[in-house]
Design a protein around this ligand. Sequence first.
Ligand code: HOZ
Length: 432
Amino acid sequence: MSISQTNSNTLFARAQQSIPGGVNSPVRAFKSVGGSPIFIKEAKGAYLYDADGNKYIDYINSWGPMILGHAYEPVVNAICDRAKLSTSYGAPTELEIEMAELICSMAPGVDMVRMVSSGTEACMSAVRLARGYTGRNKIIKFEGCYHGHADAFLVKAGSGLATFNIQTVPGVPASVSDDTLTAPYNDLEAIETLVRNNKDQVAAIIIEPVAGNMGCIPPSKGFLEGLRSVCDREGIVFIFDEVMTGFRLAAGGAQELLGIRADLVTYGKVIGGGLPVGAFGGRREIMQHIAPLGNVYQAGTLSGNPIAMIAGYTMLKTLKDDPSIYTKLTDTTQKLHQELDKVFAPSGIPYVINRVGSMISLHFSSKPVTNFADAASADNTLFNKFFHAMLQAGIYLPPSAYETWFISTAVSEADVQATLQAAAAFVKQYQA
Ligand code: HOZ
């Protein structure tokens, strides 16, 4: 029996009249997995409720930020209280200092931080800063990593570009993309070659320290350390895009979990507790080139917005004050991982589960998935079937094999069991 999607289908038809593709971010359209998207009415804790009244266990969690589950009461209350004092001033507040101090106290090596409104803006600004600081133009990014939709990053990018197989983006001038060099993830040799061939021209290496936009792909042993050495040797700014990993993998993000320091770090949705926020920060010596201290210009009316700041502050403070949250996140995700292994291992279906902390993904692949080429060669048609089988069973996974599942503390043992039952039913159906 299939779930009713009548109201979602009606909303999708209506949305397509006034919104390109009916969605405000492409992956949501379900275009690659097929079918039409469900429209969400509300969410609480681990669950999403759609326009037809169906309930789903949520493994997207707004692509990361809902670490404590949906509608986490202290965050909601803080937003409501603060909104009564007006929603935007375009002038500085004490709250912004408290937020900056909190981030600097949690994130290793972040001496100063500038708030922006999205992860795209954070990465775009960090690269501009690296270019201004070094006086060089080229940057290196990794195939399958996604750093938002600024022109310079839409080269061999993951997430929606991988999902829809968009190789070249009309509107991005070659004069911009030519300065973006790419290498396979986990390939240090390729970096050495690029750096050698572009001596003294590379401003920055930007990386997701745990890749999350081609499914979840961990850095192999020594890879990030190797990049750190190359950057030190060549005067290149090392940028960690922690839009997904920041404050999720540990209070100090991937830097803390993996024990490696970047020069600049970018953050996104997580630090707004689900509101539109981003930030970039790092070493004082570099950050002081940002206007009005220096001439690297960057600005925004809604930067440091009080509603976003109070939401983010309340969530980050909770994460800072209660380290057991990370234990719970990891335990739940590890349990899910181990139990999914028990479902898939005896089935004969080739599969790979990659996991770091509370980020996890499943590729239907017969070989390890360590870079974009591996992710692309997996059986993504089978993933699409899996996605729909899970959705029908009330499990909401990302609608693409190139995305990561994010676990929240609200996910219970019973939710994990329900997820495993749905996966087992899929396997049974596949084998029938
Ligand atoms: N690019 C996001 C995930 N990597 C998807 C954002 C969204 O659709 O909300």
